[in-house]
Design a protein around this ligand. Structure first.
Ligand code: ZN
Length: 689
């Protein structure tokens, strides 16, 4: 039966024609009522769609046609319009692209409970963008999907479009707080699985795809996230992040191949309880854990969330539930009464924290080893000038540059008062990038452009118990005004959360608490807790602590992939080659371009010549150069070093050694540059010869 109604309604002053389509019922893709409704919807979508509206023409099609002379065909669906090449149009006819695109949209509307086409006032427009070589991109706010040249004639890849449409549903969605970090793309990737399962009653190939995703996404999460040392805040986007959501849905099946229940996903996305409430950034993992537990039931969700290294202690969950403002409300005080400040020192626009002229990492390391009680690290006065003393205001704010500020580095140093020599929560704001060390060890690192807003700070932790309390901060100003603020509060959720979870009844809960600590990006605040756990009489706790600490980073070896966190790398991406230390390496064509580069700080422990070792994998003949730098001084630079093939593929590893001239103890940056042959890099080590 064909029931087709055209309604015209006013939106933003423009008349829009939209076919009214029935909503899918709530029983889920395996219920009889849903299947019947889906078959009927499919029939209705075969009817002719309303013609292109004046607004669709004006806002999209006319300028797109002008931009791409190959976009000669206009395919008009009920929710989707494709400005197509001839090749795409032919392919779309065979694949019934438009109807499946419309169906995909309807399933997304069913799951998300919103209708972006109604919001924007016109249909989703897909077009071949001449500015893109490959890939797909969705401008969610404007419902435009841009297609790269490589796929201009490809109308077979429905799932990629289900992913792109999802971005249109995410924009302004009230559950946006569930889509932070890697989960933004994670949800889009997960929706590929959700949509194919919801369309499976119409097409057996979708049935097979849905089974593929049910095992593929959790496997990707296992390999690319759970088998690595990444914290939840750094879960890898796309498939690994989608793996968590897939595991939760999989867990609703009563038998391994039994039907999955998607009701919790709909409830999560549509329940007023998970409506977006402003939450301080530091609480998003707890907020997400809280909402997923509510939707799936704590008994089902908690073991999965624990394995994915979410904070699950009562205090964190309660804080996430109680928050009503994104501003930080924890009582706190300036970490020091005075700061010693040095700078500005000119910076090239694109240079990051690792290229500062005086090597802040080294200054902090040396200061912590200086016997005297100086108020700031020693510096070459001729080159650097002398430290000036500045008192922060009540918000801990230290002004560094006015609105006319040029790109520059600033150094700050202070000593914690005696009453703050304990476990601390640090509240840090900076304009722009910054790094903070306590007694020479990094406790915070931020890269990005922003204003200094102490009301919305980064939150980090430090354990200043029996420390010298020596704080060093490096700030890199990208332009204009610059400032830095560091406030502190005694104790904090990281510490209290572990104390609570490490005594939980369930052994899996206790070990998850250790994994949560062990995966923290900065190990300074958790080291004492992990050491204590490694001596605990509870054997699951002890075993887990030893697993994490046995591979704990020392200053003499660095995982190459850490450079992605620090932003001190050009080219490639995480790889998960067999045998890679920490389950992860720098891969995916890093070194395929001679401009690729990588820099990491390493500690020279003993004076004299040093051996730099680089663990790499490549089936080809390759090469690279090694440079050792301290600030703006180059201490060693090699010629092109040959990388002999390490084996038949990128899963067998070899070490390259190079000897430097004599180096003084301290922190140096080891750089790999001018690579050839696309070697994957696992780690870099430095040791006295
Ligand atoms: Zn995407």
């Amino acid at each position: 039966m064909l029931r087709l109604t055209l309604v015209t309604f006013a939106l933003s002053g423009t008349l829009v024609a939209q076919t009214t389509l029935p909503a899918l019922p709530s029983g889920g893709p395996h219920s009889e009522s849903y299947r019947t409704a889906l078959v009927e919807l499919n029939e209705q979508l075969r009817a002719a769609a309303p013609p292109v509206s004046e607004r669709e023409e004006r806002e999209c099609l006319s300028w797109m046609r002008a931009a791409n002379p190959q976009a000669v065909r206009t395919l008009v669906g009920h929710r989707v319009i494709v400005l197509a090449t001839d090749g795409f149009a032919k392919s779309a006819e065979a694949s019934e692209f438009l109807r499946y695109a419309d169906l995909g949209y309807c399933v997304l509307a069913h799951l998300w409970g919103v209708d972006p086409v109604a919001r924007v006032g016109r249909r989703v427009v897909i077009w071949p963008d001449p500015a893109m070589e490959r890939g797909h991109r969705c401008v969610g706010a404007e419902l435009r999907v841009h297609v790269g040249r490589a796929d201009w004639d490809n109308a077979q890849w429905f799932e990629r479009y289900f992913h792109e449409f999802t971005h249109g549903f995410q924009v302004e969605h009230r559950a946006g707080h569930l889509m932070l970090g890697g989960f933004y793309e994670g949800w889009a990737e997960f929706m590929q699985a959700a949509v194919v399962e919801h369309l499976a009653p119409l097409n057996s190939s979708f049935e097979a795809r849905s089974e593929h995703y049910a095992s593929h996404l959790p496997a990707a999460a296992q390999r690319e996230y759970l088998d690595t040392r990444l914290p939840i805040e750094e879960i890898v986007a796309y498939d690994p992040a989608a793996g968590l959501l897939m595991e939760l849905v999989n867990s609703t099946a009563k038998s391994p191949r039994g039907p999955r229940d998607w009701g919790a996903i709909r409830a999560l996305l549509q329940s007023p309880a998970s409506a977006d409430r402003a939450t301080p950034w530091r609480l998003w993992p707890a907020r997400m854990a809280n909402d997923l537990s509510a939707a799936f039931g704590a008994e089902r969700a908690r073991p999965i969330l624990a394995r994915y290294r979410f904070p699950l202690d009562d205090a964190s969950l309660a804080a996430a539930r109680a928050s009503t403002s994104s501003a930080e409300t924890t009582p706190r005080r300036p970490a020091a009464a005075r700061w010693s400040v040095l700078g500005p020192f000119p910076k090239r626009a694109d240079d990051g924290l690792e290229l500062d002229p005086f090597n802040a990492a080294d200054l902090a390391w040396r200061w912590a080893r200086t016997p005297d009680e100086s108020v700031a690290p020693a510096l070459d006065v001729e080159r650097a000038g002398t430290w000036r003393s500045v008192a922060p205001d009540g918000n801990g704010n230290v002004p560094l540059a006015s609105a006319e500020g040029e790109p520059a580095y600033f150094y700050l140093a202070a000593t914690l008062p005696a009453e703050l020599r304990t476990r601390l929560t640090l509240f840090i704001a900076s304009d722009d990038d910054c790094a903070v060390w306590l007694d020479g060890e990094l406790v915070h690192h931020f890269r990005g452009e922003r204003g200094c807003t102490p009301s919305h700070p980064d939150v980090a932790y430090a354990d200043a118990t029996s420390s010298r309390g020596q704080l060093v901060a490096l700030v890199a100003n990208r332009n204009g005004a610059s400032a830095f603020s560091l406030m502190a509060a005694v104790g904090g959720l990281l510490f209290e959360g572990f104390e609570q979870r490490s005594t939980a009844k369930l052994a899996s809960e206790r070990t998850a608490a250790v994994a949560y600590l062990g995966s923290r990006r900065h190990q300074q605040p958790v080291r004492a807790l992990l050491e204590r756990a490694a001596r605990d009489s509870d054997s699951p706790l002890r075993r887990e602590a030893l697993t994490w600490s046995s591979a704990a980073k020392t200053g003499a070896l660095r995982e190459a992939e850490d450079a992605y966190f620090y932003g001190s790398v050009r080219g490639g991406y995480f790889g998960n080659n067999r045998g890679a230390s920490g389950g992860q390496c720098v891969a995916r064509n890093w070194g395929g371009d001679a401009r690729n580069w990588l820099a990491l700080p390493l500690v020279v422990a003993k004076p004299g010549a040093q051996r730099v070792s680089v663990r790499y994998a490549t089936p080809y003949d390759g090469s690279l150069r090694v440079r050792v730098r301290s600030g703006d001084r180059v201490l060693f630079v090699s010629g092109a070093l040959r990388l002999a093939p390490s084996g038949a593929d990128w899963n067998s590893w070899k070490e390259l050694d190079v000897t430097t001239g004599a180096l003084e103890p301290g922190v140096v940056y080891v750089e790999l540059f001018e690579p050839a042959g696309a070697p994957d890099i696992d780690w870099i080590a430095l040791e006295a010869r």
